[in-house]
Design a protein around this ligand. Structure first.
Ligand SMILES: NC(=O)c1ccc[n+]([C@@H]2O[C@H](COP(=O)([O-])OP(=O)(O)OC[C@H]3O[C@@H](n4cnc5c(N)ncnc54)[C@H](O)[C@@H]3O)[C@@H](O)[C@H]2O)c1
Ligand SMILES: [Zn+2]
Length: 356
């Protein structure tokens, strides 16, 4: 088993550690020094709580702990669910010494972080991500929020956690489809920022799919390091952080057009990355390598059939639009991404039409 590893997200007085290891929930790691005080609210959901809540509560022995379980699913990532958490905080008279812990995937993490950001203008927050996607992406970087019927993540706040506690043992129970979806974001880091890691993924994808613990720990660690570097450079996405959205302008449009939940976020991002790579005009061997790695992870590099018009409309609603001009994250080569509004419109049209 790999030893516990700590990666730091350097954000001045908002810096925090990402701790990665196994058996951490059950007590291989003491959370107490990372809490604001003695009072905790653990937010989880109906699927994850029966699996891991008791273990986490064991770790929080000595604290006064309340918990709330949300219904499971992206369709519940809305203001109403965030409001249920706020109601619980009010009902239990939570104060500035309270720490709100998110135990679950990206949905629980995003909603919980948003509620923690809102309550009393911000209380302490801890991420305990239990999906691969949440471990490599959503739990790191402080973006929190909920969906609006008119668009994904339209309502949100930046709120950094005190710590991200990644217990890789939780991946044991994660359905394969969710694991593959998480691998999309892992591939993303290689594609945008680390060609060597991309090569490592090509070699080790079979081990990752077999849930080899060392391989998973390395993939999670490197992904978190890369995300931490980008976030430390540009916390509020004034510039470089936008490269983390590689594949997401297309991916969000796929999710929107298919109806949230039909295609998992990571699945949509995988196909979105292939589309963005095509728009990038990558060398064809690099494009093939990206599509092959996506497929080796058991993901589709080809998007579902959606009318080009519908995709364009959905992309027009994307938050990454500046003054009605679409912004894309493109690749210069594998391992190097850039953000641009200068793209080939007829090529975009061709790519969108090719899905049918
Ligand atoms: N904040 C960010 O920076 C950021 C980045 C990327 C994605 N996101 C958001 O993350 C969300 C997607 O997150 P996700 O992919 O984790 O989905 P999710 O939270 O819906 O989890 C997927 C499913 O797995 C279940 N689950 C979680 N952990 C489990 C475990 N250990 N064993 C068994 N089942 C488990 C969940 O209950 C759910 O049914 C989206 O809403 C997306 O917008 C946010
Ligand atoms: Zn994503």
């Amino acid at each position: 088993m790999s030893p516990t590893r700590t990666i730091s997200v350097d954000l001045g007085d908002r810096s925090y550690p990402i701790v990665i290891g196994h058996g951490l929930l059950g007590g291989n790691f003491d959370l107490a020094p990372h809490l604001a005080g003695n009072d905790c609210l653990v937010v989880s959901n109906d699927t994850v709580a029966p699996l891991y809540l008791d273990e986490l509560l064991g770790n929080l022995r000595g604290c006064s702990v309340e918990s709330i379980n949300l219904p499971d699913g992206e369709s519940f990532k809305n203001l109403e669910t965030a409001s249920a958490i706020l109601d619980k905080l009010v009902a239990t008279r939570a104060n500035r010494d309270t720490t709100v812990l998110a135990l679950g995937g990206g949905v629980v993490g995003d909603i919980t972080g948003f509620a923690a950001a809102c309550y009393m203008r911000g209380v302490a927050f801890v991420q305990v991500p239990t999906t691969l996607l949440a471990q490599v992406d959503s739990s790191v970087g402080g973006k929190t929020g909920v969906n609006h019927p008119q668009g994904k993540n339209l309502i949100g706040a930046f709120h950094q956690p005190n710590i991200v506690l990644i217990d890789t043992d939780t991946l044991e129970t994660l359905p394969d489809r969710e694991r593959r979806a998480g691998l999309a974001e892992v591939i993303k880091y290689g594609a945008i920022a680390d060609a060597e890691f991309f090569g490592w993924l090509e070699e080790n994808m079979p081990d990752l799919l077999r849930k080899n613990p060392e391989a998973l720990a390395h993939a999670i660690g490197r992904s978190c390091e890369l995300k931490a570097e980008v976030v430390a450079e540009d916390e509020r996405e004034a510039g470089r952080r936008a490269i983390l959205n590689f594949g997401h302008t297309f991916g969000h449009a796929i999710e929107h057009c298919q109806g949230y939940g039909e295609w998992l976020h990571g699945e949509a991002v995988a196909a979105g990355m292939a589309m963005a790579a095509e728009l990038s005009d990558l060398d064809s061997p690099d494009l093939d390598r990206l599509c092959s790695l996506i497929e080796a992870a058991g993901l589709a590099a080809k998007p579902p059939a959606i009318a080009a018009r519908d995709m364009l409309t959905a992309m027009g609603m994307d938050k990454k639009v500046t003054q009605k001009q679409l912004r894309f994250v493109l690749l210069r080569e594998l391992g190097e991404a850039f953000v641009t509004t200068d793209y080939d419109e007829s090529r975009l049209q061709q790519i969108l039409e090719a899905t049918n």
